[in-house]
Structures are given as structure tokens and as C-alpha cells.
Write a protein of this length. Structure first.
Lengths: 259, 413
């Protein structure tokens, strides 16, 4: 409870502070980003587009988003603060009020990309989402799965999701400085980038984003704290960044919508 | 300080000859009593860069060459290791025969193996500590890496078999395998150097074609595939045993120079697109699809050629008698390069320790820079102490050891 109050206070402060700081910007309608979540724009830029999301929103149909993830998708015992829930809240704020947005989460804990991908056909039949955000790579990195096999599995998974008629966003691993000497992350980041490029789908670079926050001192990701506050704040920022990323990739920004 | 006269002995018949001292700006087999300081310099540099690359990214990381092209310090390191190993043990093979040389190589392999096991012990200590003290709910998933601690019996045996290698501990196993193959490589080089190099290329191509690899524990494969990386090692050995001299014509030609410059510039541009994604608009999709991923495990051709281009320019613009090599400013690098196994292990240990301090004390950029710099200073100090000790020991001990070349000189590690 206390944490929630604190969080809303932070959000409120961010909400108050940011518009005045950006008063000269021409888009006053956009909800403010809390200072802790600030990111250079290139981390949220993608060339690939989300056509189906764009069409759904333009037609005013409900936007159904499915996040397929692993244990780092949620925060133990506070799911409401995890990034999918935060993304849903922000999307509802930013999209037209008439637009229904629903985010569901499918956790595939301790499953490699290949194991997760094998469930996709059935999963898509059940959920029929417009957009799938597939977060993967961590389990493969921990088990040091052959990066070529990993790439093959991600490729297959993406194809299955696309065949089922959904737009796809790939999300890569967390930046985890404590375990940097123990988990070799780069091959998995590289291969996800390759698959995203080959399929012309947006890649949400969670790793680079979290590293940016850590390097700029916005968050201390080395913190050994056992409390959930840090995780909640990071997930809030991730949810915001992800919502912004989806809106940009679907060209749903205030300026773009008018065209 | 007697860096220059640590290597003494007769030149290798047929490979080192007086003509090599002419103006040709290629690496040539050092003549009697002369040490190739450029090798020490660049190996020392590679050791520093590997240390910095093993630390979490910080300001100094931007000075490491992997940010400016495809290849990185590992290539330099393996090439120079091949070069020096062939130089020292090649001489031993000519003077004392195959059996003696093999015995000396195996003794060196044993030293490297022990060093590797020592580093693994330190790693175990670190990971066990983190496993018991770190419970940030943000990273519950990443803590899955600790699962192997549940089966120490299997894990430790696999580590002794070189099949279980934690992150950043891949170079020594690669080096052990390459050194194990060295007797055969040298024996074949003695017979026909060009054929040996050709066989090495064939093995490289076959590795790529049929996807050969060394399996690892619990799954996957070696992060540096020895079957591919042997190409650099054998190429280094080939250069040491006269290949460099024969290539001097090619290396001196302006065509080579411009091709190298153009290639390095293109590689630099490509790496730039990784950091400034806006630039990738100007990258044709076709080229991107053909080029990626640039595979480090199997020593991608792009990486190998990038190293060749770098080496060609270095040899051209940094002559072996460049006076700067004797300057006190480069002395720390050269000293580190001369004791590479010890300094490499120290670097891996310091990277672990640096991580630990960053995690436990503070993670600010100032602390980061301080750790990087003090790490380098410690490496330098250690190299100095080792040199000092060797000098003292050599003076009091018998001088005969010098006559066959010092095994440590072949370093690598």
C-alpha cells in the first residue's frame, strides 16, 4: 500500500514537472514522462511498422495485445506493477478514450525460445491478439543454447505469430549487471536483432534501455535490495517506453494520426 | 633492463638470415639477441583491452578496438601467441628435436591448464557469494544461472575437462587446445610451411561448411571454436617462420595499403551503425542480410580480414626499429606483453574483483574509471615484479636456460 502511494506520488511529481520543462514543445497533449524514465529517442525508434495495430485503432476496433514472456515479465507478488500492466494503463491514456485496449500475459517460465515457440499455434488460436510482444532470450542465455539454434527458434516463433495474423514486437533480455560475468548475453542480443531485421519487425531493445538508465544514474541496477520498489519503478518506465514504442511503430502519435 | 637480450641462441637455419634486416617493412624473424618489441607491445595492448572489455562497459570501453571494427583484442592475442610460440618452440624443435620440443610444449600446456583451474576457483567463489547475497526481485529470472551450484560434482568435473567454462574464461581453453596441436603444426611447418597454412585454411573452411564444433557443458559449444581459430594461430606461426618476410613485397605495396584502409573505413562505418541506428538507413538491406551475424565463435571471415587489414597497416607504419618502442611511455605495455600468461590471468582476476567492487561498494562512473585504471596499474606493477624476479633469478641461476630461449617468452595464455 505504502509503495503504491509512493509510486503515485512519483508519477504525480513527474507529471507536474515534465510539462513545464518541455513547455516549448509543440505537443502539450502527450502525457509526461517521469524524469527517471527519460530515454534518448533513438532507443525508441524503429523503421518497421505495425500495420495491423494501426488499422485496428483507425477502425476503432478493440486492441488486443498479448505479451509472451518469462519470469522477468512480472514482479513476484505485484503483477499490477509489471510492465504489461503499466503499458496497458499508458496506452489507455494515450489512445483515444473510445479505444478499448486489453493486455494479456502468457508467462512461459524456464522455457527456451524453441520450447516457447512450439506452443504458439495453439496459443494464437485461443487468444487471437492484434499484437504480440514476444520477450525471450534469457533462458537461452542462461543455458547457453547454441545461438544459431536460438536464431532458428526465434525465426520460427515469429513466423508462427505472423501466420496467425498478428503484428509482432520482439523484446530482448534485461540488462543485469550483477550477472554480467556469468551470463553471456551478446550473442542472443545480436541474433534477435538479426531476426527482427530479416522479418522487418520492431525490436524493443530492453537491454540497451535498461543499461542507459543504469549508466545515467536513473536507476541503480546493482542494488541488492530485496524490496520490490526498484523493480516496480523499472517496470513502470519499461511499460511507458513500450507503450510509446508501440504507438510510434503504428504511427498513432498525435501528429501522425491527423494524416 | 635487458628486454632485448632475453632471447639468445642461434637463428633457425633457413628461416632467419641476414637479408631479413633490409628495409622491407614486414615482420621478420628477429635476428640473434634481438627481441621483436612490436609483438610484446601489441600483446600487452591486447591484454589491457581484454581486461577493459571484461569489465562492465564504461568510458574506457570506448577506447577498445572492438568499437571501431569487426575484430577485437582476441584476434591480436591469438595471432601473436601463434607467432611467439612458433618462434620459441620452432627453434627448440630444430635444435633439440621433435620429442624435446613436444615435452617443453606440454609443460607449457600444463601451466596454462593450472592457471585456468585457478581462475575457475575464483569464479566459483564469486558466483557462490552472489547467489547467497543477491535477491533483487527484478532479477529472479537471471538468478537461474546459479542452478549449476546444485550439482557441484558434475560441474567441477566438467570444468576440469574444459567443457564447463563460465563467461570470460574461454580464451585459456582455446589456447590449451592450440598449444596441444603445436607440435604437429611445427613438425608440418618444418616440412612445408605453405602446405601447413593451406591445410589450416582447409580445416577452417570444412569447419564452416560442416558446422564442426567442440561441445560444452551443460549444452552448447565452445565460445571460441578451436577448429576455426586455429587459422589465426597457424597464420601467426607461418609468419614467424619466414612467411612474413616472403609477404613483405605484398605488405609494402600501396595497393594493399589502400585496400586495407578502405576495408577498415567500411568496417568502422558498419560498427557506427550499431551505435547510431539512424545511420543504418544508409545501409543496403541486402548487405546487412549477407553480413550478419558476424560470428565470433567461428572467427568470421569479416573478422579475420579485419585483423589482416589492421596488421598490414601496423607493419607498414610501425617499423621494427621505431625508436618509440624503447620509450619509457610504452614500457608498461611491453612489460605486460612479455609475461602474457601471468598478466592475462591477473587481468581476468582483476575483472572479477572489479565487478565485485562495483557491485558492493558503488557503481558510479568515477569508481568505474578508477577500477579500470588501477587494474592496469596493477598489471603493470606485476609485470615489473616478474621481470625483476626473472632477472635476479637468471643472474644467480645457471645461464644455460637462456640458450634455449625462455619458455615464458612464448607466453600467450
Amino acid at each position: 500500500m505504502k509503495a503504491k502511494v509512493l509510486l503515485s506520488l512519483i508519477l504525480l511529481c513527474g507529471g507536474l514537472a515534465a510539462p513545464s520543462a518541455r513547455a516549448e514543445d509543440a505537443a502539450p497533449a502527450a502525457p509526461a514522462t517521469p524524469p527517471a524514465c527519460e530515454l534518448p529517442s533513438y532507443l525508441l525508434t524503429t523503421d518497421s511498422q505495425l500495420h495491423k495495430v494501426a488499422d485496428t485503432v483507425k477502425d476503432g476496433k478493440p486492441l488486443e495485445i498479448l505479451v509472451i514472456g518469462s519470469r522477468s515479465t512480472t514482479i513476484p507478488s505485484s503483477e499490477d506493477s509489471s510492465y504489461p500492466a503499466r503499458m496497458q494503463a499508458i496506452l489507455k491514456e494515450k489512445l483515444p478514450p473510445s479505444e478499448p485496449v486489453h493486455v494479456s500475459v502468457e508467462i512461459q517460465s524456464k522455457k527456451t525460445a524453441a520450447e516457447a515457440a512450439s506452443t504458439f499455434v495453439k496459443l494464437m488460436e485461443e487468444k487471437r491478439p492484434t499484437l504480440v510482444i514476444w520477450q525471450t532470450g534469457t533462458v537461452d542465455a542462461i543455458r547457453s543454447i547454441d545461438p544459431d539454434e536460438f536464431r532458428g527458434a526465434v525465426t520460427e516463433g515469429v513466423a508462427a505469430l505472423q501466420n496467425a495474423g498478428a503484428d509482432v514486437v520482439l523484446m530482448n533480455l534485461q540488462y543485469s549487471p550483477r550477472t554480467e560475468t556469468m551470463i553471456s548475453v551478446p550473442p542472443y542480443l545480436d541474433n534477435m536483432r538479426v531476426v527482427a531485421q530479416e522479418h522487418d519487425i520492431p525490436l524493443f531493445d530492453r537491454f540497451a534501455i535498461m543499461r542507459q538508465w543504469n549508466d545515467q544514474g536513473q536507476f541503480d541496477l546493482f542494488s541488492p535490495s530485496r524490496g520490490p520498489e526498484l523493480a516496480k519503478q523499472v517496470h513502470d518506465c519499461l511499460g511507458r517506453a513500450l507503450a510509446q514504442f508501440v504507438i510510434d511503430a503504428a504511427h498513432l502519435g498525435p501528429a501522425q494520426q491527423q494524416n | 633492463m635487458t628486454i632485448a637480450d632475453q632471447v639468445t641462441g642461434s637463428p633457425i637455419a633457413g628461416t632467419a638470415n641476414a637479408k631479413s634486416r633490409t628495409a622491407a617493412p614486414a615482420i621478420t624473424l628477429p635476428a640473434i639477441g634481438e627481441r621483436e618489441l612490436r609483438l610484446d607491445l601489441f600483446r600487452g595492448l591486447a591484454l589491457w583491452l581484454i581486461f577493459i572489455d571484461h569489465l562492465p562497459p564504461n568510458l574506457l570501453t570506448w577506447f577498445t578496438i572492438r568499437n571501431y571494427g569487426f575484430s577485437d583484442a582476441t584476434e591480436i592475442f591469438i595471432f601473436i601467441s601463434g607467432y611467439t610460440a612458433a618462434f620459441v618452440y620452432g627453434r627448440a624443435m630444430l635444435e633439440s628435436g621433435f620429442v624435446i620440443a613436444t615435452a617443453r610444449i606440454l609443460r607449457r600446456v600444463w601451466q596454462i591448464y593450472v592457471a585456468h583451474v585457478f581462475l575457475f576457483t575464483i569464479f566459483l567463489a564469486e558466483i557462490s557469494y552472489v547467489a547467497t547475497s543477491f535477491e533483487n526481485p527484478l532479477y529472479t529470472e537471471e538468478m537461474g544461472i546459479m542452478d549449476f551450484l546444485k550439482q557441484p560434482d558434475v560441474t567441477i568435473v566438467q570444468a576440469l575437462l574444459l567443457r564447463f567454462r563460465p563467461v570470460n574464461m574461454d580464451v585459456l581453453p582455446l589456447y590449451i587446445v592450440l598449444m596441444l596441436a603445436l607440435p604437429v603444426i611445427l613438425w608440418s611447418m618444418k616440412w612445408k610451411p605453405d602446405v601447413t597454412l593451406g591445410l589450416s585454411v582447409v580445416l577452417y573452411v570444412v569447419t564452416w561448411e560442416f558446422d564442426l564444433y567442440f561441445s560444452a557443458y551443460p549444452n552448447g559449444f565452445w565460445a571460441f571454436n578451436p577448429l576455426a581459430w586455429q587459422l589465426l594461430f597457424v597464420f601467426g606461426a607461418w609468419c614467424a617462420l619466414g612467411g612474413a618476410r616472403r609477404m613483405s613485397r605484398i605488405l609494402a605495396s600501396p595497393v594493399t595499403m589502400w585496400i586495407s584502409i578502405a576495408y577498415l573505413a567500411a568496417a568502422f562505418y558498419v560498427t557506427l551503425t550499431w551505435y547510431v541506428p539512424q545511420l543504418s538507413h544508409f545501409m543496403p538491406k541486402r548487405i546487412e542480410q549477407w553480413m550478419y551475424p558476424i560470428d565470433k565463435t567461428d572467427l568470421d571471415v569479416l573478422r579475420f580480414t579485419h585483423f589482416l587489414a589492421l596488421a598490414a597497416l601496423t607493419v607498414r607504419f610501425l617499423p621494427r626499429d621505431w625508436p618509440g618502442l624503447k620509450s619509457p611511455w610504452l614500457r608498461p605495455l611491453i612489460l605486460c606483453g612479455q609475461h602474457s600468461l601471468e598478466i592475462f590471468c591477473l587481468g581476468v582476476f582483476l575483472a572479477f574483483a572489479g565487478h565485485f567492487i562495483l557491485a558492493e561498494v558503488s557503481g558510479g562512473p568515477a569508481m568505474h574509471a578508477l577500477i579500470s585504471l588501477s587494474g592496469i596499474l596493477i598489471m603493470w606493477a606485476m609485470a615489473w615484479v616478474i621481470s625483476w624476479y626473472k632477472r635476479v633469478a637468471d643472474k644467480s641461476g645457471s645461464k644455460t636456460k637462456n640458450a634455449v630461449g625462455n619458455a615464458d617468452m612464448a607466453g600467450g595464455g
